[in-house]
Design a protein around this ligand. Structure first.
Ligand code: ZN
Length: 201
């Protein structure tokens, strides 16, 4: 997922694959533990620095051209209180998630504009479950289960969807599609109803 612009130090990064590349549209195979631990750690570090530099709050392996059930997530960027409240956003500590999965908990949903590092320059409104039960395996091989809410739940869903060949656009309201530039200029401070009315969705 895309994030806010904060400069970052010089760390190795790799190119982020853009929409239209079939690697983003293929389901990743089952995780098979074929990576050596040191290789896996190096890959996670590379994904983390690539995510930071982008900048973003999540990056899935297919986004760097690897069909692996692996994603990194971290959302510690500074954010104003009003935006945090509107997005139900709590900081998310760094997480390397092997084989992440989720299911909705309850029927509550949230609708927000979302972006993707593989769909550069655009943003669109996506309705998603607001509360999920997330599960993933860590680098030690331990399986975790945790309820996530709000923006944390959104990031987790977005990254997990990447491993199933999906982009956020598949779930977005088509008429809400904006360039990031137009969104910042016209809609970022408007009430959701105003945006809906203005764009007709
Ligand atoms: Zn994405």
């Amino acid at each position: 997922m895309g994030g806010m612009s904060v400069p970052f130090g010089l760390q190795p990064t790799v190119k982020i694959v853009q929409a239209g590349d079939p690697v983003l549209r293929s389901s990743t195979p089952e995780w098979d533990d074929s990576l050596e631990r040191t290789e896996l750690e190096a890959l996670v570090e590379l994904m983390r620095s690539t995510m930071h530099a982008a900048p973003g709050v999540g990056l899935a392996a297919p986004q760097i051209g690897l069909s692996l059930r692996l994603a990194v997530l971290e959302d510690l960027w500074p954010i104003d209180q009003e935006t945090a409240a509107a997005k139900e956003r709590e900081p998310l500590e760094f997480m390397a998630a092997i084989d992440p999965r989720y299911e909705a908990v309850g029927a509550r949903t949230a609708t927000h504009f979302e972006g993707c590092l593989s769909v550069r320059g655009y943003t669109a409104s996506v309705e998603r479950p607001a509360d999920i039960l997330a599960s993933w395996t860590d680098l030690e091989g331990v399986r975790h289960e945790r309820e996530l809410h709000g923006w944390q739940a959104r990031i987790f869903q977005h990254e997990t969807d990447h491993l199933n060949g999906m982009l956020y656009l598949d779930k977005a309201e088509p008429r809400s599609l904006c360039t990031e530039e137009n969104f910042a200029r016209l809609w970022s401070y408007e009430e959701p109803e105003t945006v809906r009315e203005g764009l007709g969705f």
